[in-house]
Each structure stands twice: as structure tokens, then as C-alpha cells.
Design a protein around this ligand. Structure first.
Ligand code: AMP
Length: 220
């Protein structure tokens, strides 16, 4: 059975770091809409030109654009055996579209990462990304493991924009917890722990969610 996974949670909760880990251990693609948009901005594509200002003020790129990007990405061959989405869905309209896209592909596993707000602000104001490839540098790391590029702060990781992103999260993304939480495949994990503890809890949550979702006697 494919692992179709989404990571819910506020900016700074560690979704990207954890999604990266799961993608590696389960050999499935990590699909980060933030990464896709940052790359589009860097390349100056039409989507990038549309998204640049929106991202700089901490707002959301329109649903139809985001749904189009994700639909196209999930159609690619490597995503047929499963995927981990990071940063999508962020609105109820995106969640409904995703249900449609994956309806024929087996259950969607939804993991919420919970972190208190003060901790989120502290993490985002101190985190670094690689200037070369955009990878977020994990806590304790001093260089980019992927390309060795220079480490910089993300242009939207400054306090006023962080506050705006958290506000938009509460207004538009937090309702997704209610959207998903009654499903048997929904789990929450405590994201305030050290990253390897979060990873361990996350793997356990995926296992239990997966077992709950699988028809009796099914093989993975
Ligand atoms: P992230 O790297 O996930 O924090 O995303 C960075 C920025 O990209 C967000 O603050 C939004 O402006 C934009 N973005 C990423 N994913 C989405 C999405 N699913 N819907 C709307 N905007 C998005």
C-alpha cells in the first residue's frame, strides 16, 4: 500500500525536516510547496513572479495555483508509490482538492506536529537555509549537507513576517485539524522534543495510522 502522507502544523514546527527524514526512510518523494515556490521565484518563472511578493509578506499563493502545482507533481511517476507533502494543503479548499486527487490511491495519512507559539518564533528567527539549494539547515548543523552552499536567513523569516505567517496559519490552516481529526488516519505528535525523538514518534504514528487504515489481511 502506498504511503500517502501529509504533515500539518504551523510554520517552524519542523515539518520540512521530518518530511525529509520520512522521504529518505520510506524511499518516497518529499513534496514541499514552499521549496517549489522558492525555486520558481529564483528561476523567475510566471508562477515565481506571481508568488514572490505574496511570500515576502507572509500571505498565501492562490488556491488554484497551488492545487495545479500539486496535481501536476503528484501525477509524476515517482509519486505513484507514495509521497510526503510538506506545506500543502494549507486551506480547506486545498484539502478538498487533495482528497479528490488521491481518492483512488488509498488512504491519506495526516500527521499534525504540535509546537507552542513562542518556540515557533524562536526557531524561525534563528534558523538558516542554504543559499545555493534552499535546504533548511537542521538544528546543530553548520553547513549544507547537500551542496555545501553559504548559509543565510530565509527572506520571510523575520519577526514581522513570521507574526503574519502565524496569524494566517491560525485563520486559514488550523481549521484543517477539524477537517481531518475525525478520520481514523489522523495522528498528532509532540514537535517540541529533540528532532530524533520527534522522528521516532512520527514513525510510530505512521505505523499505527497505516495499520488502522489497511483493510484486514492487506499487505503493504
Ligand atoms: P513554507 O516553506 O512551507 O513555509 O512556505 C513558504 C511560503 O510559500 C508561504 O508562506 C506561502 O506564502 C507560500 N506557500 C507554500 N505553500 C503554500 C500553499 N499550500 N498555499 C499557499 N501558499 C503557500
Amino acid at each position: 500500500m502506498p504511503l500517502n502522507l501529509i504533515m500539518l502544523g504551523p510554520p517552524g514546527a519542523g515539518k520540512g525536516t521530518q518530511a525529509e527524514h520520512i522521504a529518505r526512510t520510506h524511499a518516497i518523494p518529499k513534496i514541499s510547496t514552499g521549496d517549489i515556490l522558492r525555486e520558481a521565484v529564483q528561476n523567475g518563472t510566471p508562477v515565481g513572479r506571481l508568488a514572490k511578493g505574496i511570500m515576502e509578506r507572509g500571505d498565501f499563493v492562490p488556491d488554484d495555483v497551488m492545487i495545479g502545482i500539486v496535481r501536476e507533481r503528484l501525477d509524476q511517476r515517482d509519486a505513484q508509490a507514495g509521497f510526503v507533502l510538506d506545506g500543502f494543503p494549507r486551506t480547506v479548499a486545498q484539502a478538498a482538492a487533495l482528497d479528490n486527487i488521491v481518492s483512488a490511491r488509498g488512504p491519506l495519512i495526516v500527521i499534525e506536529i504540535v509546537v507552542p507559539e513562542a518556540e515557533l518564533v524562536r526557531r524561525m528567527t534563528t534558523r538558516l537555509v542554504c543559499e545555493g539549494c534552499g535546504t533548511t539547515i537542521g538544528p546543530g548543523e553548520t553547513s549544507c549537507g547537500r551542496c555545501g552552499g553559504r548559509l543565510v536567513q530565509r527572506s520571510d523569516d523575520n519577526e514581522p513576517v513570521i507574526r503574519e505567517r502565524l496569524k494566517v496559519y491560525h485563520e486559514r490552516t488550523r481549521p484543517l485539524v477539524e477537517y481531518y481529526q475525525l478520520r481514523p488516519t489522523f495522528r498528532s505528535v509532540n514537535g517540541s522534543q529533540p528532532p530524533d525523538r520527534v522522528s521516532a514518534d512520527l514513525l510510530a504514528a505512521i505505523e499505527s495510522s497505516w495499520d488502522g487504515a489497511a483493510p484486514k489481511g492487506a499487505h503493504r
